[in-house]
Design a protein around this ligand. Structure first.
Ligand SMILES: CC(C)(COP(=O)(O)OP(=O)(O)OC[C@H]1O[C@@H](n2cnc3c(N)ncnc32)[C@H](O)[C@@H]1OP(=O)(O)O)[C@@H](O)C(=O)NCCC(=O)NCCS
Length: 145
């Protein structure tokens, strides 16, 4: 397998459909949700970082700017065959580097409960009470850049 390349894309980019497919397969289909549930209302206003090789999207992470200082990291996904090999961490670090360049200082996210340790390794900390989203337990997490 060729080493994945990381690129920021926008909706309409040739890799965008591949990004949506990965998000559906990794984040929505296992929960029994439909393809229609994949897109967020702020899709066009968000940064989309994809990891791709030979035209296939293998990982992604998105960021929605909520003000000039910070926003929400969301739709973090790595293709099942590549999970546990460092790609998820690489995507988050590359996104954070870009956010620093753009002057952002804070990131928050809604972590699925079993994935909290992944974000903790990346410097994110828990805040608030557990809650349910897309039918499964979540925790709020944040970090300063
Ligand atoms: C969660 C996910 C994005 C992590 O990406 P990944 O490429 O598998 O993770 P990495 O290999 O980069 O892991 C980085 C570190 O986090 C750890 N880690 C990753 N997932 C973990 C988990 N679920 N629980 C505990 N530790 C985890 C790794 O062991 C690694 O630790 P190390 O630095 O000590 O080696 C990926 O597994 C995935 O797509 N999961 C399904 C979708 C999902 O749950 N997305 C998150 C929604 S909030």
């Amino acid at each position: 397998m060729v080493e994945p390349v990381l690129d920021f894309i926008r909706p309409g980019h040739p890799l965008y459909e591949g990004e949506l497919e990965l998000r559906f397969r990794v984040l929505r289909e296992p929960l029994g949700h439909t393809r229609a549930s994949v897109k967020f209302p702020f899709e066009d206003d968000s940064l989309h970082l994809v990891a791709h090789a030979e035209g296939t999207v293998l990982g992604c992470v998105l960021f929605h700017p909520e003000d000039s200082h910070g926003g929400r990291l969301f739709q973090m996904a790595v293709s099942p065959s590549l999970q546990g090999k460092g790609l998820g961490a690489k995507l988050v670090r590359a996104l954070e580097d870009e956010l620093r360049t753009r002057g952002f200082r804070h990131v928050h996210l809604h972590a699925r409960a079993p994935v909290v340790p992944f974000y903790e390794r990346l410097g994110y900390t828990l805040y608030g009470e557990p809650y349910e989203e897309v039918g499964i337990p979540h925790r709020n997490m944040q970090r300063d850049l």
